[in-house]
Design a protein around this ligand. Structure first.
Ligand code: NCD
Length: 322
């Protein structure tokens, strides 16, 4: 089996064959999700807990829908009213939940690395739903599925990722994935929002939208992630939109059939003009949301298969010992 991972913590640790196997399975789930009856039994009997320590609309909703469609018992931990507010540490919360025998734990956390740390403490499969500015693997997978379905392939494409790269886990996971699949990644944004070591990431770096978007196949816009900023990174939103906001004039530099992406939530008039976001001939933003459910179904199913295989192996070793 191509997908070997025990947890889905990032794209960095996946091979191209593993990425392809998630996308291939997700394609089937796109079809299932378009039927009236959307049920599968791949996760039946399993318990999925979603723990979101940061706000989320799309990611949390789609993980919940994905688990339910596959027959899992899904529990959303309400972090705001949990003992986290009474000072319990992340690890203690995780150990408490672990004692209830979950099989899949979906975690979003504001600190980079927190989800990997947690994965070392529990006996179930852990999925990273975004950790700080580090990684957001299911976002990159759903972006890849959207691109593959729109362009027919993932290799030899020019993809411009634009805006607040410095604070973006979406950018980092996408750079890993698109580079592994042999596409060319360009990062476009003001120097204040560009990581100082970006040039070492095997990408091209641009400070100007006209140059960065020239002949691009895909234009991926990012939100200004103010919750991760501790000072003034841009002169004003108006000025930022003027230089880096995607409008028809800037998009005209990309290929005629270039698609426009955004992970959401969008700030219209800041990083993207509303007319482009709503242009069904260019924008695939709603497709990204649809692909999000399918990709999460695929990822959880593959992790559950590995988890079951792992448990069966441990059980047989135990019976040999006995
Ligand atoms: C992104 C995130 O949370 O990293 N959103 C998402 O998951 N759809 C991007 C963002 O918040 O700007």
């Amino acid at each position: 089996m191509a997908f070997r991972a025990r947890h889905l913590l990032g794209i960095e640790g996946l091979g191209p064959d593993e990425i392809t196997s998630v996308l291939d399975l997700a394609d089937n789930y796109v079809d299932l999700n378009r039927q009236d009856v959307k049920h599968d039994t791949a996760l039946s009997g399993l318990t999925q807990i979603n723990m979101f320590f940061e706000n989320s609309t799309r990611t949390q909703a789609s993980f919940e829908i994905a688990g339910k469609r596959l027959g899992a018992d899904v529990m959303n931990m309400a972090v705001d009213s949990s003992s986290v507010k009474k000072g319990e540490t992340l690890i203690d919360t995780a150990l408490t939940l672990n004692a209830m025998h979950p099989d899949l734990l979906v975690v979003r956390h504001p600190h980079s690395g927190a989800v990997s740390l947690l994965a070392q403490k529990v006996n179930c499969a852990v999925l990273n739903a975004g950790d700080g500015r580090h990684e957001h693997p299911t976002q990159a997978l759903l972006d890849a599925l959207t691109i593959r379905r729109a362009k027919g392939r993932l290799h030899r494409l020019t993809i411009a990722i634009c805006g607040d790269i410095a604070h973006s886990r979406v950018a980092r996971s996408n750079i890993w994935l698109l580079s592994k699949m042999e596409s060319r990644v360009r990062l476009v944004g003001p120097p204040t929002l560009m990581p100082s070591d970006a040039a070492d990431w095997g990408v091209e770096v641009y400070g100007d939208m006209a140059e960065g978007l020239k002949d691009a196949d895909v234009v991926m816009m990012l939100r200004l992630q103010k919750e991760r900023m501790d000072g003034g990174f841009i002169p004003s939103e108006r000025e930022y939109f003027h230089r880096f906001g995607l409008d028809p004039a800037k998009l005209a530099h990309a290929k005629d059939d270039a698609i426009v992406m955004h992970p959401g939530p969008m700030n219209r008039g800041v990083e993207i003009d509303g007319t482009i976001a709503d242009d069904i001939n260019r924008s695939v933003i709603q497709d990204q949301v649809e692909m999000g459910v399918a990709v999460r179904m695929a990822a959880m199913r593959l992790l559950a298969e590995n988890l079951r295989a792992d448990r069966a192996e441990k059980a047989s070793l135990k019976s040999v010992d006995a």
